[in-house]
Design a protein around this ligand. Structure first.
Ligand code: ZN
Ligand code: ZN
Length: 274
């Protein structure tokens, strides 16, 4: 196994893959879940700009999931003409990260306020920190949160988004856990980050093997989907990157545990539920 191949799936730059991010389009409410590298470029390709976002949801504060937080905040700010605060929902610690991001943006914020007559205020965000419960009860969309297990990274959360009679659960990075099982119960779809433990275990470097500690394998994610009784499992955040021609291997591993529909979450894959 080539180390660079494994590394390509985590922090170092992959020429073909943007960072972790999932856009949930529920009616007229686009929700961006995590904002890894290139999230707004991929959202633009899906027809959604930062100004259109109803909310940004963060499963956890690992850097690869929030790389483009400053881009989301700034781009929304400068492309919105009737400024509406961006709700950001994340685990405890999110507020401090957003405040630090705004502090880092201070020069840019001062330049733009000085230059544009119609920009008089800094970016407006509303941060909400949760570990569990019903956290959003909008006209169209309901969002619930439950803790996941990505230790030593904690706290981390998963989201369940409901729209009309449809529901999707976004697990983020986690090992199997009862709280995720409960959140996902009866949902239409589960979006789950996965690693190939069989491949990662072959890598000689311990630092790479460390990721085995706190991610689900394809089989574990599939077993979670089966326990929850979802119809569709979307695999994302592959480690190592899914090489062309290996699709059937990944599907077969999932099919060992889960009999429903399995989708491989390549960039810009669109899955319709309901
Ligand atoms: Zn993580
Ligand atoms: Zn991750």
């Amino acid at each position: 196994m080539d180390d660079s191949n494994i590394m390509g799936a985590t922090l170092p730059v992959d020429a073909n893959r943007a960072g972790p991010s999932t856009l949930v389009k529920a009616g007229d409410s686009p929700l961006l879940v995590d904002c890894g590298r290139g999230a707004l470029m991929r959202a633009a390709a899906a027809g959604v700009g930062a100004a259109n976002l109803t909310a940004l949801l963060l499963t956890h504060l690992h850097s690869d999931h929030i790389t483009d937080l400053s881009d989301v905040i700034t781009t929304r700010w400068v492309t919105t003409f009737m400024p509406t605060p961006l709700p950001i929902i994340g685990p405890p610690g999110t507020k401090a990260v957003v405040e630090a991001t705004l502090a880092a943006l201070a020069p840019d914020i001062s330049y733009r306020i000085a230059h544009h007559a119609d920009i008089t205020e800094p970016p407006s965000v509303q941060v909400h920190e949760y570990t569990e419960g019903q956290v959003w009860d909008g006209d169209e969309v309901r969002i619930a949160v439950a803790p996941t297990d990505h230790r030593p990274v904690e706290p981390t959360i998963a989201f369940r988004v409901e729209y009309e009679s449809n529901s999707v659960v976004l697990a983020g990075d986690t090992v199997p856990c009862a709280t995720l099982d409960q959140l996902a119960r009866g949902a239409d779809a589960l979006v789950h980050t996965v690693i190939r433990k069989d491949l990662v275990a072959l890598v000689p470097r311990q630092r790479l093997k460390d990721i085995l500690d706190y991610h689900s394998s394809v089989e574990q994610a599939a077993a979670t989907a089966a326990r929850a009784g979802v119809n569709t499992l979307v695999l994302t955040h592959y480690v190592p990157p899914l090489a062309p021609g290996e699709e059937d291997q990944w599907r077969a591993l999932a099919a060992n545990e889960f009999r429903g529909r399995v989708e491989l979450g390549d960039d810009l894959l669109r899955v319709t539920i309901g």
